[in-house]
Design a protein around this ligand. Structure first.
Ligand code: NI
Length: 223
């Protein structure tokens, strides 16, 4: 007997059918949202000829987050995280001896990340929490000192790219089989080192731990 004949109306059918709304093997999921990267920053001291006795600080930044996931099983996906470039202010961690203000400069980076995620819930549940681990490559570019610092002789700022681990916790809340709302918190191990020069004297910061927590809220579309 066709199932539709057992239902008096579409509404009663929906009310009595078990809803299978979660992800399944072979699904593609695209998410778009807002990502906020908050560095847990710490650095070694700035050295220009001598150790200046203090380091750098790195501010947070928010950007458009883009995210693509492919389900290799009902409970596991491979996720590629992209975003528009994050721009972080870099500050002196102590009063600036050059007298050119607190801000040292600005760096821009892209954090492409691949993560393997595992979903915990029963596949008929609309709340779908997951945990994942993966690898991040952070590409720094367009590093520059503020104009006041350039005028004071600082030049050629460069930060090394970073390869590191990432881990995250997140959830999809399934509005239906196609649309979902997502929230996640991701930790990324981003370590770098900087080089520059001050009026021709080479300078460096040997260790910059940026290690941000990245908070993301997004809307997902499955197909
Ligand atoms: Ni680190």
């Amino acid at each position: 007997m066709k199932k539709v004949l057992a239902c008096a109306s579409l509404a009663s059918c929906l009310a009595f059918s078990p809803l299978v709304v979660s992800h399944s093997k072979g699904d593609m999921l695209v998410r778009v949202g807002l990502s906020s990267a908050q560095p847990d920053d710490a650095s070694s001291n700035i050295v220009v000829g001598t150790d200046l006795g203090f380091g750098l600080g790195v501010d947070g930044n928010s950007q458009l987050g883009l995210n693509f996931a492919y389900f290799i099983s009902d409970r596991m996906n491979i996720e590629v995280l992209a975003s528009t470039p994050f721009k972080h202010d870099v500050n002196f961690a102590a009063p600036n001896p050059l007298g050119t203000g607190n801000q040292l400069g600005e760096v821009t980076h892209l954090p492409p990340t691949v993560t393997l995620n595992y979903y915990f819930s029963n596949t008929s549940s609309s709340f779908q929490p997951y945990a994942g681990i993966g690898i991040n490559y952070t590409l720094f570019f367009d590093e520059k000192f503020t104009e006041a610092n350039q005028a004071a002789g600082l030049a050629d700022l460069s930060l090394d790219n970073s390869l590191g681990l990432t881990a995250q916790l997140g959830f999809d809340y399934m509005l239906d089989k196609t649309w979902s709302v997502n929230g996640s918190v991701r930790w990324i191990d981003i370590d770098s080192e900087a080089s520059f020069n001050l009026s021709g004297t080479p300078g460096r910061v040997d260790s910059i731990n940026i290690d941000p927590l990245v908070y993301t809220i997004s809307v997902g579309y499955s197909f």
